[in-house]
Write a protein that binds this ligand. Structure first.
Ligand SMILES: Nc1ncnc2c1ncn2[C@@H]1O[C@H](COP(=O)(O)OP(=O)(O)O)[C@@H](O)[C@H]1O
Ligand SMILES: [Mg+2]
Length: 254
């Protein structure tokens, strides 16, 4: 059975696209067949994270009837498939969940996971993508504005039959002013199923247009993302961050 998971947030910039790119790569490394779909129709950048932005056809062409789903299914070097969106300022109006469902339906055969990189915000574009998914991963940072928006997202999601998998807490620095994990769980009303530390290797990997799990698999962020991927398939991966790494980060900042 194919699991269709929307990776969503209320607030933008919390790490959805980073997580989609990396969970797709990590699940592929576990031997799973994965498709990452960019549902950001106005501010897409999944293809940029993956260095796959020069491909001629995108999900926009599918929605506008100029391409078939199979024409826009590109393969990343780690083996997972990507359906990119157009990075230019191109508008496709009135996208509803059934448009995504049509695309997703054609992907069901032969794939273990479909990960949807949803747009930020609580507007029609993000709701359409979220409604089309079966499961929802809510991404937030340990800051009040991001957590408040995540709560609103989860409230809106309760209208649909999308199953809440829980929260991914990204960019954790363990600084004293950060909201504690238990507060976040209580505020949103869901468990935290994965935590990813602030790690400059993530930014370096994005600059190199590679998922950090490929660019630097030993980095703390890569290991924590691998742990989330493992939990999605019922396996366990325990991050082991070398002391030298922790010392270096402590001395030179992240
Ligand atoms: N764990 C992390 N450590 C350091 N920087 C991160 C981390 N996760 C995300 N970032 C930074 O945050 C930026 C925004 O992430 P992105 O995945 O594009 O967010 P979203 O898709 O939610 O808008 C990235 O370009 C990267 O610079
Ligand atoms: Mg994004």
């Amino acid at each position: 059975m194919t699991r269709i998971i929307a990776i969503s947030s209320g607030k933008g910039g919390v790490g959805k696209t980073t997580l989609v790119a990396n969970l797709a790569a990590a699940l592929a490394q576990y031997g799973k067949s994965v498709v990452a779909v960019d549902a950001n129709l106005t501010t897409s950048n999944l293809a940029l994270h993956l260095g796959m932005h020069l491909y001629p056809k995108t999900i926009h062409d599918v929605f506008e009837g100029r391409a078939k789903v199979s024409d826009v299914l590109y393969t990343h070097k780690t083996g997972f498939k990507v359906i990119p969106a157009d990075i230019s300022l191109r508008k496709t109006k009135n996208i509803k969940s059934h448009h995504y469902i049509d695309v997703l339906y054609k992907l069901l055969e032969g794939h273990d996971f479909i990960l949807i990189d949803t747009p930020a915000g609580l507007g029609k574009e993000s709701m359409a993508a979220m409604e089309a998914a079966d499961e929802l991963l809510t991404v937030t940072n340990p800051e009040l504005p991001a957590v408040t928006d995540a709560f609103k997202l989860v409230m809106l999601a309760s209208k649909y039959s999308t199953h809440n998998l829980g929260i991914i807490l990204n960019r954790v620095k363990n600084e004293t002013h950060e909201l504690p994990a238990e507060h976040i769980e209580r505020m949103i009303g869901l468990p935290i199923i994965g935590t990813v530390p602030e790690d400059r290797e993530v930014r370096k990997a994005i600059a190199m247009k590679e998922p950090v799990v490929v660019y630097n698999p030993r980095s703390p962020a890569a290991q924590h993302i691998r742990a989330i991927a493992a939990s999605l398939i019922g396996e366990t991966y325990t991050p082991r961050i070398p002391l030298s790494y922790r010392l270096f980060n402590w001395l030179y900042g992240r």
